[in-house]
Design a protein around this ligand. Structure first.
Ligand code: CUA
Length: 277
């Protein structure tokens, strides 16, 4: 096979290309040093990619920036006046999530690093559930937010996801202190992770979709019907087995799915709850 020789014209073209490259780098360097022009940073570092916001554009016209994350939406609740036109921009900070507003044709995917958009006008009063329709892990089924449309609302507002609230931690007053079985607590912690309890309950007092375990054991719990019960072993076992039977006040809208669980597992989880007093 004959070896290929480089003809003089090719040499000139190479030289010219090299010169252009050097000139371009030179211009960039000159612009950066002389005029302080910088290359844009990572777009996901800017605010709309990790923080929710609601901006008034005109009378009855708002712009909503929503952020999806495992396993909540920020904002968790939006109140808008009837007749509002809402420009919705959605993104995610972790994995792909869905963003469907029940009762409307808004059906977006929340994609990390990208923003998706929809406009919708809310002419009908009511509660619209925002649901995640893209499987995103153990807490997927509980990932939802609420859009409340009402004549009563004069100015639109949003509530970001619930933050740690001292008031949400019940005060243990009723039952005496208990001796903990550390091995059982560890088992309970393992189950807490494996069964997906952690998607909706915290042991630290942070208010999530379900009541926190912090201070729960032995405390007085107010139910949705206004009655008060003591969170003892029986109540905890019943709440795990038949979550719908006694709903804690303030959690009416979020039904907990019942899970397959045996007596030993309930004992371990109860021990974990006791340890979070
Ligand atoms: Cu988020 Cu499914």
């Amino acid at each position: 096979m004959a070896s290929r020789t480089i003809i003089p014209l090719e040499k000139k073209i190479f030289a010219a290309a090299l010169l252009f490259c050097i000139a371009m780098l030179g211009f960039i360097g000159f612009a950066a040093l002389r005029f302080g022009i910088t290359v844009p940073g990572c777009v996901t570092d800017v605010k709309p990619f990790h923080e929710s916001s609601l901006t008034k554009k005109a009378e009855n016209h708002y712009e909503l920036h929503a952020v999806a994350k495992m396993w909540t939406f920020d904002p968790a609740r939006i109140d808008i006046p009837t007749g509002t036109t809402l420009d919705i921009f959605v993104t995610s900070i972790d994995v792909n999530h869905g963003f469907h507003i029940d009762g409307t044709n808004v059906n977006l995917t929340a994609v990390p690093g990208a923003i998706n958009y929809a406009r919708v006008q809310f002419n009908r009063q009511g509660d619209y559930h925002i649901l995640c329709h893209e499987y995103c892990g153990v807490g997927h089924h509980a990932m939802y937010a609420l859009l409340h449309v009402s004549d009563q609302v004069k100015e639109a507002k949003l509530e970001s996801e619930s933050k740690t609230s001292e008031a949400a931690i019940p005060v243990a007053t009723v039952l005496p202190p208990v001796q903990l079985d550390q091995k059982l607590v560890e088992q309970g912690q393992k189950l807490f992770n494996e069964k997906g309890c952690l998607a909706c309950h915290s042991t630290s007092g942070i208010k999530m979709l379900g009541p926190t375990f912090k201070g729960l054991y032995g405390s007085k719990v107010t139910l949705s019907d206004g009655s008060v019960v003591v969170a003892d072993d029986g109540y905890i076992a019943e709440s795990i087995r038949q979550p719908q039977k006694k709903i804690v006040k303030g959690y009416e809208n979020i039904p907990m799915p019942p899970l397959p669980i045996n007596d030993d597992e309930i004992k371990a989880l109860t021990e974990l709850i006791k340890s979070a007093r």
